[in-house]
Design a protein around this ligand. Structure first.
Ligand SMILES: [Zn+2]
Length: 62
């Protein structure tokens, strides 16, 4: 919900954590010095209200 008009916002993007570089993770990758880990392999969701021109982000962890 938009924090300004309280109507539903539009989903526009999601930003994923990099796979954890652990030997027990079969999907691990070495990204060098770039380690984006949002919580425990979390995901950031980006929302936008086209009426108010207000961006908003939420986060979910697994
Ligand atoms: Zn709004």
């Amino acid at each position: 919900m938009c924090p300004q008009c309280h109507l539903k916002m539009s989903f526009v993007a999601q930003i994923d954590s990099f796979e954890h570089n652990d030997e027990n993770n079969p999907n691990r990758r070495d990204y060098g010095k770039q380690h984006f880990m949002f919580g425990d392999v979390g995901m950031i969701y980006v929302w936008f209200c086209f009426d108010c021109l207000v961006p908003f982000a939420t986060m979910d962890c697994y």
